[in-house]
Every structure is written in structure tokens, then in C-alpha cells.
Write a protein that binds this ligand. Structure first.
Ligand code: ADP
Length: 268
């Protein structure tokens, strides 16, 4: 018991050097959770915050690819794992660094919790302003494991697309946060409308503003929307985060607006 307590204290002490621990959640996969996590982390680091990006999406750890760090490995020492330094202000750790894509790992129940626990507790972050955790999709036990190991989190950002905002899975994410008492920082609507690259006209391919309405209904802040950006997929494949490589684009501006709204929410 005593041993267990000191282990818990050790973990708490480790995470106490992180000012804001934020989990990025989505009701299902493929809505842009990793895209949002990566661009928020890079964007915050460009604003001179010290940021850690934790990719704990066991089933699709895409962050190393999105940052062009596919062939990089973190330093493993007897004291723990040192995250990869993407830049002076941004450290990154991903399950993907340990499971190269040719190894299809199948995570089973109790192993999942153990893997998450070890991965999270062994990482040495040092002092951070923000830790952004790209979580597995859904509302399963994996997120609860992350929540417990991080010794509570400061807030959650929920990513939704216009097609799924009305669907049960977004509402489930909201209810999950309410039940587990994770404060919801806000909702981001991704793939919201399309800006024609030729004439600049916004075309709403799918209905937009669903997330804004949902946020209003549940009394949750709406952080903003990101348009469908045809070149984003290629940029991610090339490991070029949009906010860094295309800062003048409408999409990067939308990310920076979300960051500003996030800062304002956290100051409240
Ligand atoms: P998730 O983490 O929710 O599974 P990803 O961030 O991996 O989702 O995104 C899924 C796919 O959609 C990726 O190929 C990504 O490049 C693409 N994508 C994400 N957001 C946008 C967007 N706003 N415009 C165009 N493509 C996008």
C-alpha cells in the first residue's frame, strides 16, 4: 500500500510541473482529432509556450507522420523516456515511436491500461505550459486510464465534424466528460465548409454550425471551426503542420483563432 502511494505521489509530482493538461477527444475516429491536436500544439509552441504533445491514440498514432518525425526515436534512459524535441518549445511523445507501422499491435483489455500507464509515467516532460493529449476515439476505458494516470486533467477539447455533431457519439463524449468531471474547454468543428481556392467563396458542402448549436444547447464554449482544406492531407503526409508551413492560409488562421479562444477560456 505504502509503495503504491509513493508511486502515485511520484507521478503526481511529475505532472505537477505541467500547468495545463488538455485531452483532445472525439466520438469516433477520422474526424480530425490528431490534426487538431497537432496544429494546436505547434501553434501554441509558435506563440512561445512550452508545449508537450502526447499521442496516446493506441490504434492510430499519426502524430509522428504529421510532424515529419517518422524515423525518429525518443531517448530511453534508466530514468525514463525523453520526448523527441520537434523544436525548442515543442516536445513530442507517441505510441507510434515504439510501434512502427508495419507492426500491427493488437491491444487487449488489461494490457491497454498497463501500456498507457507505463508510457505516461515513464515520460520525462519537465516544465510545460501545456500538455496536449491526442486520445483514442470514443469514450472507452482507455481515456479513463489516461485521465487517472495524468492525475486529473484540466480540460477537454471535443472535435466533431458537421456530419456527426447531431449524432449520438458527440453527445456521448459530452456526457462522458460530465460524468467523469472533466471540464469541457470547448468544441471544435472540423471539415466545416470549403473555401474555393480559385474564388475564395465559402461553400458549405455539409451543414455547418451544428457544433455551435450543440455547444449552445449543452452550455459549452464553441472554440471555432476549421474548413475542409484539400492540401492539408498532403501537407500532413509530408510532415508539414499547417500552422507552421502555411501560416497565412485561412486554415492556419482558423487554428490560431481557436488557440486564442482556448487561451481566453483558460483565463476565465
Ligand atoms: P482522427 O485523429 O480523428 O482519426 P485525423 O486527424 O487523422 O483524424 O484526420 C483524418 C484524415 O482527415 C486525415 O487524412 C487528415 O489529413 C484529414 N483531415 C483532417 N482534417 C481535415 C480538414 N480540415 N480538411 C481536409 N482534410 C482533413
Amino acid at each position: 500500500m505504502k509503495e503504491k502511494q509513493s508511486e502515485t505521489e511520484k507521478i503526481q509530482e511529475k505532472f505537477s510541473k505541467i500547468k495545463q493538461k488538455i485531452v483532445v477527444l472525439s466520438g469516433k475516429g477520422g474526424v480530425g482529432k490528431s490534426t487538431v491536436s497537432t496544429n494546436l500544439a505547434v501553434g501554441l509552441s509558435l506563440k512561445s509556450y512550452k508545449v508537450g504533445l502526447l499521442d496516446v491514440d493506441l490504434h492510430g498514432p499519426n502524430v509522428p507522420n504529421m510532424l515529419g518525425l517518422k524515423n525518429t526515436s525518443p531517448k530511453i534512459t534508466p530514468e525514463g523516456i525523453y520526448p523527441v524535441e520537434y523544436s525548442e518549445n515543442l516536445k513530442v511523445i507517441s505510441i507510434g515511436f515504439f510501434a512502427k507501422d508495419e507492426d500491427a499491435i493488437i491491444w487487449r483489455g488489461p494490457l491497454k491500461h498497463k501500456a498507457i500507464q507505463q508510457f505516461l509515467t515513464d515520460t520525462i516532460w519537465g516544465e510545460l505550459d501545456f500538455l496536449i493529449a491526442d486520445c483514442p476515439p470514443g469514450t472507452g476505458d482507455e481515456i479513463l486510464s489516461i485521465y487517472h494516470v495524468l492525475s486529473k486533467v484540466d480540460g477537454a477539447i471535443i472535435v466533431a465534424t458537421p456530419q456527426n455533431v447531431a449524432l449520438a457519439d458527440v453527445k456521448r463524449s459530452i456526457r462522458f466528460c460530465q460524468e467523469t468531471k472533466i471540464p469541457i474547454i470547448g468544441i471544435v468543428e472540423n471539415m466545416s465548409g470549403f473555401v474555393c481556392p480559385k474564388c475564395g467563396t465559402q461553400i458549405d458542402i455539409f451543414k455547418t454550425n451544428g457544433a455551435r448549436n450543440l455547444a449552445k444547447k449543452y452550455n459549452i464554449p464553441f472554440l471555432g471551426k476549421i474548413p475542409i482544406e484539400p492540401t492539408l492531407v498532403q501537407a500532413e503526409d509530408e510532415g508539414k503542420p499547417y500552422v507552421k508551413y502555411y501560416p497565412e492560409s485561412e486554415t492556419a488562421k482558423a487554428f490560431f483563432q481557436i488557440i486564442e479562444n482556448l487561451e481566453n477560456q483558460l483565463m476565465k
